[in-house]
Design a binder for this molecule. Structure first.
Ligand code: GLN
Length: 206
């Protein structure tokens, strides 16, 4: 019998960063996953997650592994993708405080500032409302680790979450543009799978 609901295969870009945590979160919400390190592996997936880690290293490795052009091409063709933290930086069209030779894959009409929260709060947690993903009565506990923020949101992208309290209040930390989502924070670490669930749902309906 044909299954009524197909299980999407979601690749996790596996050149650097917290690949396993994302794979586990995706599997908990019903996706199949595979690690993407080579262009052939990218061809097989229905969607992609770009994990947190270090965007300068990720960028170098993506280029060294011959993945930059294939990734850009699939993203241009509408591959659904979710980027967390360094992954958000990789999906941004523009970055502030980038290393001089740093490149991104692009796709999101945003400017993202690396390491934006500064030294005192370079790692912190806060409760967030995330539009379309979190119910107002049950905010998401978001974990930030040397995180970027979205300095400006271009006309094609949409802000989904802003920091509510403290010195960074008002800063945008989650965005969406079509089938691309990015968060400054790490939902794969907080034990709350709602961002991954929303992404998988989006992939299913794409
Ligand atoms: N600061 C890192 C960078 O610039 C991102 C940190 C993270 O992914 N936790 O890439």
């Amino acid at each position: 019998m044909c299954p009524l609901v197909s299980t999407p295969l979601i690749g996790v870009l596996a050149v650097q960063g917290d690949v396993r945590e994302h794979a586990h979160a995706l599997e908990r919400v019903g996706a199949r996953t595979c690690a993407v390190r080579r262009p052939e592996e990218l061809t097989a997936v229905d969607a992609l997650v770009i994990p947190g880690g270090e965007s300068t290293v990720m960028d170098k490795l993506v280029r060294a592994f011959g993945l930059q052009e294939p990734l850009r091409e699939r993203l241009r063709d509408g591959l659904p993708a979710y980027g967390s933290c360094a992954g958000m930086i990789m999906l941004a069209d523009r970055i502030a405080d980038a290393r001089p030779d740093q490149e991104t894959l692009g796709g999101l009409d945003v400017t993202v500032r690396r390491n934006a929260f500064g030294r005192q709060v370079d790692s912190f947690e806060t409760d967030l409302q995330v539009e379309g993903i979190v119910e107002p009565e049950r905010p998401l506990r978001a974990v930030f680790i040397r995180a970027p923020w979205v300095e400006s949101v271009g006309p094609q992208a949409q802000a989904l979450a802003t920091v509510e309290h403290g010195p960074a209040a008002g800063r945008v930390v989650a965005v969406r543009q079509g089938s691309l989502i990015a968060t400054s924070f790490h939902p794969e670490m907080g034990g709350d799978d709602r961002v991954h669930a929303a992404f998988v749902q989006m992939v299913r309906s794409a």
